[in-house]
Design a protein around this ligand. Sequence first.
Ligand SMILES: *Cc1c(COP(=O)(O)O)cnc(C)c1O
Length: 461
Amino acid sequence: MQDQDILQKIAQVLATSNVKKSNKLINYQTINELEKTLNLNKQGSQCWDEIFAWVGKYLEYSPNTSHPNFANRMWSGANQPSIVGEVVSALSNTSNCTFESAPVATLMEKYMIEQMLDIVGFKNGEGQMTTGSSNANMIAMMVARNQALTEAKKQGLFNQKPLFAFVNKDAHYSLDKAANILGIGTDHLIKIATCEDGSINTILLDKKIKKIKQQGGVVFFVCATLGTTVRGAYDNIEALTALKNKHNFWLHGDGAWGGAVIMSLKLKNKFLAGIEYLDSFTMDFHKMLGSNLMCNFLLLNHQYLLSCTCADGDGSYIFRDNGVDLGVSSLQCGRRVDSLKWFLDWKFYTKQGFSDRIENYHQLAKFAEDFINASVDLEMVLKRTSFNVCFRFKTNHPNKNNFNQCLRDSLYQEQHALLSLAYVEKKLVFRLLISNINMNKMKLIGLFNRLIKTGKALNNV
Ligand SMILES: *Cc1c(COP(=O)(O)O)cnc(C)c1O
């Protein structure tokens, strides 16, 4: 088949897909039912009709993530220019590791990294696209490790002083994974209690750092979480910078979720004051800003450290120009072309468009909080500090966690909404994150009213 025919066939399947056609959230099946329906074991037969039948089944039983009631993850749907980019990336299948194999993608990635360095305010910086913030957090920690122990790259961590890293107790679990992978050890990732607003307590942090230093430990890395995953709290960059100047560690900013506020001057000043003093910063363009998964970048407020940390091997067969080939400073060999979709989104929406989007999400989060506070059936479990709205259904039920879990499952099984749950100090809460470009006040009210209706019915059982 020609590429054109493939695209046409996909268009046909999409046009007949029930979930897409009727804008349904999901065609819910239990795992056992779904295994039966799919019959994955069916013999293959080099038949195109069967291929598109599989595609049809895939679409039929996958959630429609652009539905406004898909509020399960930190993203929903995808920007349409980035979808165009993804389709073209797939059709032109190449690896963005050398200029020769991906000349346009290489230049687009460099261009976009320069744009982000400028917005964040890293004057002499560098950066790369990675496979996500989990990976970017690890690379940042790896650069910091090799700066603290200059022999670590060659000699490993044998017979070295013990390293310690510090994070907000609500930091993302990818930091634990990074400590594990990099040989730091998860016990050496020290979690610091938070202030009332969920941001890292910098007084406690200072005390803990002093203690570790007295015991002979090397304090090499602190990660500021800029929008914690559950509460949406922002660590105070200026207070952390003061500690960095005192104790001389690498200060990284994990803005996977909340870093998107860099697009709005107003919200950047509110949440990210001092961001230009960080040593490194990462953000997911696929979360609030809506690019197709995965779309992430890591920036360093330094130069040449990415290649000197990440480059290995003699490169005899692959790299010809270390200044141009992006693969040199990546931990991967093959690199998906993620820059095309990113670039297309950037040209379509522009910084102003993304700024408007973020400010709108921020206002909708406030609207949601006001709605909950005014409702007799719902309660905020935490005061909102940014985008995350953590609430639950009020019930006399003896086990409130169990009740809210059942409520969430009912909404899902009845195909009304797929919401996300999280624990806040042992309380199970709905974590509402608005990241759908089509969300508005009316749809939000619709979602709450459905939740309340289902909750009342459950309460009366
Ligand atoms: C989502 C998230 C991550 C992980 O990002 P991936 O791109 O999914 O790997 C890391 N940190 C925070 C704060 C996040 O919200």
